[in-house]
Each structure stands twice: as structure tokens, then as C-alpha cells.
Design a protein around this ligand. Structure first.
Ligand SMILES: Cc1ncc(COP(=O)(O)O)c(C=O)c1O
Length: 419
């Protein structure tokens, strides 16, 4: 099967072609983007921390510009859940390209957008949808809806949270992500209050001025962290009693990542989806109950919330095909995730495996160095957690047994050298 290969490393990692491309990139890209490599070099004392430059990807495999083949345990930030260049998604996009590439957002819709909203609403038991192109868009739409629906403006968010870097979501980033907020602090307002994720529940009186509680049912970038059993239900109860809405940010944890379409079975007032939804094409959705969304009132002409690419036909066609593929692949994610987690727990040097399905946090000493060493062996992983204390594994759901075993063997080898 294309995309099921084990790693094949034929040059240094990164190789000469990657270096050449990165030299060129460094000439024009804003330095804030490349700074992460400098930070990692500083932290792990490595001389060579240039990234590999991706040339091609299919299924679970990425090939770089030097011809090295990697197994992608990130699915490209959790996006390629149905595999890179999934054939059904590509076929749907090609067919859509032959008929309509761009419609007109809030002014003139098209059939794919309408079909996608029908499908999403049915699948999530929600009533209404606002489409966007990024996860940040979906969170923005949810926060704005909560403000419109409640007439309040305060938001409760959680430590370790990540909701995107546009101004709306940035304000709600967990306070331990201070570096991302710090330059913009004065523009972020004072409407967000943070509580401990999985910690003491707020009482209804404390929430009485709040428009919404914004929460990831499982924190992704925050370390694949699950709250204790019953905590989310308690949060719902407190919010309801206070008249505040509950927003579930399932941008990372949704679309089958945990082995079910959604990580939480509780029905929120607003639900954000993105990342994997478009099978690699940028599309996101904020879904809501009629009670929450209808507070916007009917458009009288100039929409007060929209964007140029709202409900982009290519993204919608890709999402419809992705949702079909997810029906087939999500049960597999549950099984593969359980066996991968069990195998990882046996690896000497792994102190803890958190998360569910194929959304796993593997706690190891010096995760940044381990990430680097795994790349040398052909496995792409990202660090996660507030202090980069774990490896975040969010592979495509088609990860094969051989690829999973190969990764476990590579990790065992890396950790053995560390000790
Ligand atoms: C839980 C969560 N919400 C929101 C976002 C932001 O999505 P985007 O980067 O597409 O704006 C992310 C991205 O990692 C995320 O993990």
C-alpha cells in the first residue's frame, strides 16, 4: 500500500538539499518562524537543527527533498488523519476543481457547502454551522457566538490550553504559553480568566458573569492531557447553572482521533472542528445549538461575521470525502492506538503514556533531544506539553503494525543511548 513503507534514510538528516532550501527560506521568511529551531539547538546543544524539507507525502510516509523516506507520527499537526493525499479526498477535490473552485461566502453559497453543513450537523447532533478555514477561525466564531448569545463577555479558559494564535483564541491561551502572548498582552483584553485543567471546578456564582467556558476535552499541544473522569461533566453543570455556554474545542481531539468521532460524548453549546476535517485542505467549523446560534439573528444583507473564503468549495468537497473515510478509519484508530500505547508503556525510559486512541503523549526525559534522534532514524514526531515534556503522537489512522513496531523499536534504541 502506498504510504505503508518503513523509513529509508539515504543521506544525513537533514541532507544537503534540505539545507540548501532552508538557507533560501531563511532569506525571506519572518525570523519568528525559524526561531524555534534556534531554541531547540540551544536547549539540546545540537549543531544541526535545520528542518527536513518535505517534497512528497502519501499515507503515513513523507519523502524529503534528499529522497529520505520518513514515517509521519504527527499526521502534519494532526491534519492527515485519513492519510496524506488520501485517494478519495484527492478524487473529490479533482472533481470539484472541474466544476467550481470558488463561490461567494455569505453572498452566494454552493451545493458542497450546504451538503457539508447538513452532514456535520447530523453527525454531531448540532443545529447550526459557521464554516471557516482555520482552527482559529472556528474558535473566534464560537467566542463571538457566546458573547452574542449571552450578552456577557468574560471567558473561562484553562492552563495549558491552545486555541490558535489569532487575537481571539490567543487571548484564551493557557497562561503557561506566556511567550506567545507577551508581545501582544495589551491588545488581548482582560476578559479571560484561567483555571487549572482538571482541577477544582468553578461554582455557578463565580461563573455568573461569564459568556462561556472554553475547553479542550483532551488537551493537545498542552500534552495530550485528559482531565479526571467526571470533570468535564461537572464543568458543564457549573456553566449551565450560571447561564454560561460551554465551548468544546475538538480541533485536535475531534474527527476520530481518539477512536470516536468526538472525544467527548457530552453535548456542548458550541463545538469547534478543524485540522483533520479537510483531509489536508484548510476548512474548519464552529457548530452550535439553535439556542446559541440563533441569537445572531437573521442576516439583513451585510453579514456581521464572514470571510472571503467562507465555505470554500474545495475545502467542503475535501471535508465530505474525509468524513466518509473517517467512518472506515476511526474504529481502526481505536485499535491501533490501544496496542501502540500498550507497547510504548513497556519501553524502558517511558515514564507515562497519556491520551486516548491515536492522540498519545509519551513522557520521556529530554523529549526535544528524543524528537531529534527519532528524526535521524526516520520517524517524525513533535514534542508537546507546557515544558515540551512529552512526545506527541497523532499519526494517520492507517499506521500499519510494522510502522508502529518500527517506531517502538526506534524509541527503545534512542532511550537506551540516553541512559
Ligand atoms: C485544540 C486546538 N485549537 C485550535 C487550534 C488552532 O488551529 P489553527 O492552527 O488551524 O488556527 C489548534 C492548533 O493546533 C488546536 O490544537
Amino acid at each position: 500500500m502506498p504510504g505503508s513503507a518503513l523509513p529509508s534514510i539515504v543521506s544525513t538528516v537533514p541532507g544537503p538539499q534540505s539545507h540548501a532550501w532552508v538557507d533560501r527560506l531563511a532569506q525571506h521568511e519572518c525570523p519568528a518562524i525559524t526561531a524555534r529551531r534556534a531554541r531547540r539547538a540551544l536547549q539540546i546543544g545540537a549543531a544541526d537543527t535545520d528542518p527536513i524539507v518535505w517534497a512528497e507525502a502519501v499515507g503515513q510516509n513523507v519523502t524529503d527533498v534528499d529522497g529520505n523516506v520518513f514515517v509521519d507520527l504527527t499526521a502534519g499537526f494532526g491534519v492527515a488523519a485519513v492519510g496524506h493525499r488520501n485517494p478519495a479526498v484527492i478524487a473529490a477535490v479533482k472533481a470539484q476543481c472541474d466544476v467550481l473552485v470558488h463561490a461567494m461566502g455569505d453572498a452566494f453559497p454552493d451545493p458542497r457547502r450546504i451538503e457539508l453543513m447538513d452532514t456535520l450537523a447530523t453527525r454531531t447532533a448540532m443545529d447550526r454551522v459557521i464554516l471557516g478555514t482555520s482552527g482559529s477561525d472556528a474558535v473566534d466564531a464560537a467566542v463571538k457566538t457566546a458573547v452574542v448569545a449571552t450578552g456577557r463577555h468574560r471567558i473561562l479558559a484553562f492552563d495549558g490550553a491552545y486555541h490558535g494564535l489569532a487575537f481571539g483564541p490567543l487571548a484564551s491561551l493557557g497562561y503557561l504559553r506566556h511567550t506567545m502572548r507577551q508581545p501582544f498582552e495589551r491588545l488581548l483584553g482582560t476578559h479571560v480568566t484561567w483555571a487549572a485543567f482538571g482541577g477544582a471546578l468553578p461554582d455557578a456564582t463565580a461563573l455568573s458573569e461569564f459568556a462561556a467556558v472554553l475547553v479542550e476535552p483532551i488537551q493537545g499541544r498542552g500534552g495530550m492531557r485528559e482531565p479526571p473522569a467526571g470533570w468535564l461533566a461537572g464543568l458543564h453543570e457549573a456553566a449551565r447553572a450560571a447561564g454560561a455556554l460551554v465551548i468544546h474545542d475538538e480541533i485536535y481531539s475531534g474527527c476520530g482521533r481518539t477512536g470516536k468521532f468526538l472525544a467527548s460524548e457530552l453535548r456542548p453549546d458550541l463545538l469547534c472542528l478543524g485540522k483533520a476535517l479537510g483531509g489536508g485542505f484548510p476548512i474548519s467549523a464552529c457548530l452550535g445549538t439553535a439556542g446559541a446560534m440563533d441569537a445572531w439573528g437573521a442576516s439583513t444583507g451585510a453579514a456581521i461575521h464572514t470571510q472571503t473564503f467562507l465555505g470554500h468549495p474545495i475545502g467542503c468537497a475535501a471535508a465530505l470525502a474525509t468524513l466518509d473515510e473517517l467512518d472506515r478509519l476511526t474504529p481502526i484508530a481505536a485499535i491501533t492506538g490501544a496496542s501502540l500505547a500498550a507497547a510504548l508503556r513497556e519501553v524502558p525510559g517511558v515514564s507515562q503514556v497519556t491520551g486516548r486512541g491515536l492522540m498519545l503523549g509519551v513522557h520521556v526525559h529530554n523529549a526535544l533531544q528524543v524528537t531529534h534522534d527519532l528524526l535521524d532514524r526516520g520517524y517524525i514526531v513533535l514534542p508537546c506539553g507546557e515544558r515540551a515534556e512529552a512526545l506527541g503522537l497523532t499519526p494517520p489512522y492507517g499506521l500499519t503494525g510494522a510502522q508502529a513496531q518500527g517506531f517502538v523499536a526506534a524509541l527503545t534504541d534512542v532511550l537506551q543511548w540516553q541512559r
